[in-house]
Design a protein around this ligand. Sequence first.
Ligand code: GAF
Length: 388
Amino acid sequence: MNDLSQRVSSHFAEQFGAKPVLVRAPGRINLIGEHTDYNNGFVLPAAVEHAIFFAIGKSDNADRCSLISLDFEDRYDFDLADMQPLPTDSWQNYILGVVAEIQKSGRQVAGFNLVFSGNVPRGSGMSSSAALECGTCAGLNELFELGIPKVDMVKMSQMAEHHYAGVKCGIMDQFASMMGAKDQALLLDCQSLEYRHFPIGLNDYSLLLCNSNVTHSLASSEYNVRRQQCEAGVSGLQKRFSGISSLRDVSMDQLNQVQSQLDEVVYRRCKYVIEENARVNEFTTALTQSDLIKAGEILKSAQKAMKDEYEITCPEIDFMADFANAHEDILGARMMGGGFGGCTLNLIKKGREAAFIEALNEAYMDQFNQEITPIQVNISDGVSLIKV
Ligand code: GAF
């Protein structure tokens, strides 16, 4: 057991006594493919060592549940028969949402106690929310012997985010948290949900995350707006072409044919998604051919497109990415995740991390009067039960 699983397990024993189920649920990075998941496209995420740990056990009461967040130093008690989403951004929503989805599927959970603590930086774009949902789902599945297939746990966790957290997210984060494998990314087709583990060979380079330490409050509302704009694009395209159910089915040539009938912003959003899907494909080819220079160039174009076409970056992220993309030790850098803050993902020459971090931090401090936080990531397995 590591320190965090020890911590949740001891706290559970103090508060509730009985021996709990222990679960580890990781955060994720995404190498390429942002906002393509809810457009039925392709993504290349990977689960990481940063994770949330859970201790979950049955309560004495058939209906009463207690949730304890050691990191928020907060406790929430509720009845299964009386669950409601709490105000936006409440940590409880990610757990309550999963319970509600399990109930909706016709499966039975009874009263339970849950203690959790983790080290996935919040607001960093590393999906602490998916880790919270997936860990809760896997823990309840084990505790109540529900027999939910993994892929259904992924979908329930995604729906928890839609219905309780109010973010109409795609499936990437929950999929990566649940299905990740050590040292491998997941090349996922978000339409068929077919995936394969994809080895990441970076030779003399490594992946470095730099957290901007900003999360702009419009992140979730703008996320949902992007989704609506893509749907508006699909509606426009369907008037002209048959066989289109999502932007995944659309070529740039088709999009250009309907450009004059689409709102200018909607056109740019669709263009971004179609080209980002192509970038996932080009990126995996570049990695397969060990062409890291090309991989870096693709990261740079992705950054530019997120800034100019999808408009999901922010001044802090643009500054960090521009700084990195002009740096001699970086092959390419881009914002990672849903947008409006969080981390940049940097493909950096091994051994040059410390010098780069120092230089970036100094420049960022001058510009925004705050620090960046470097995050070294190791690719890990997905959700697992911890045996003691
Ligand atoms: C967030 C969402 F939760 C994902 O589904 C995905 O759309 C991502 O933003 C952007 O690629 O993490």
